[in-house]
Design a protein around this ligand. Sequence first.
Ligand SMILES: O=P(O)(O)OC[C@H]1O[C@H](OP(=O)(O)OP(=O)(O)O)[C@H](O)[C@@H]1O
Ligand SMILES: O=c1cc[nH]c(=O)[nH]1
Ligand SMILES: [Mg+2]
Length: 212
Amino acid sequence: MRVHVVEHPLVAHKISVLRDKTTPSPVFRQLTEELVTLLSYEATRDVRTREVTVETPVATTKGVAFAKPTPLVVPILRAGLGMLEGMMRLLPTAEVGFLGMARNEETLDIITYAERLPDDLSNRQVFVIDPMLATGGTLVESIGYLFEHGADQVTCICLIAAPEGVERLNAAYGDDDRVNLYIAALDEGLDENAYIVPGLGDAGDRLYGLAE
Ligand SMILES: O=P(O)(O)OC[C@H]1O[C@H](OP(=O)(O)OP(=O)(O)O)[C@H](O)[C@@H]1O
Ligand SMILES: O=c1cc[nH]c(=O)[nH]1
Ligand SMILES: [Mg+2]
């Protein structure tokens, strides 16, 4: 597994505004989309392509299109849904599958409450999107599920990660070169409730919860 921290002033600026507790939901949603577009530009460097022929008004030339099967984008509901539009802006012809997972806030166990993916994931490059990587439980569960269903490669895109979560992913997939992780920020750690410090709070609530 390779971990890529995307270092760019635009990313750092948008993350700073996202962290601010006074940033209202509509701005939070907009920034989340913009950030995932910037991160996915990096995370799709190895997306598989095939050669195609293009007729320009002047001549015939060679170009590229996505290889088949097309990439699959999987937002982890709920918070991952806030990243979908920003990702699809760069991969408009990708297929989308859904995993609904929630962390039990007391036990930190992961409950999978929804799954809607193509039946066969063989040879698929899968992009998993979820803003927060905290203990790593959700991502380890998601990646395992996707490999069990035949995925070929899994690239995770998160906005903020805790070292504990990266460590847990490393323990599970450190030697596996089919797994990549792209993040905008690696934070200090987790608090006693397994929230990322400094983090940004509960991403799902800030995207979709009641405005305060
Ligand atoms: O690394 P972990 O410790 O597993 O925590 C990370 C998970 O927690 C959040 O989702 P949450 O369970 O709050 O669900 P939600 O998106 O519906 O709010 C987040 O979006 C991740 O999916
Ligand atoms: O800090 C955290 C940890 C898990 N889930 C979140 O939304 N935020
Ligand atoms: Mg939540």
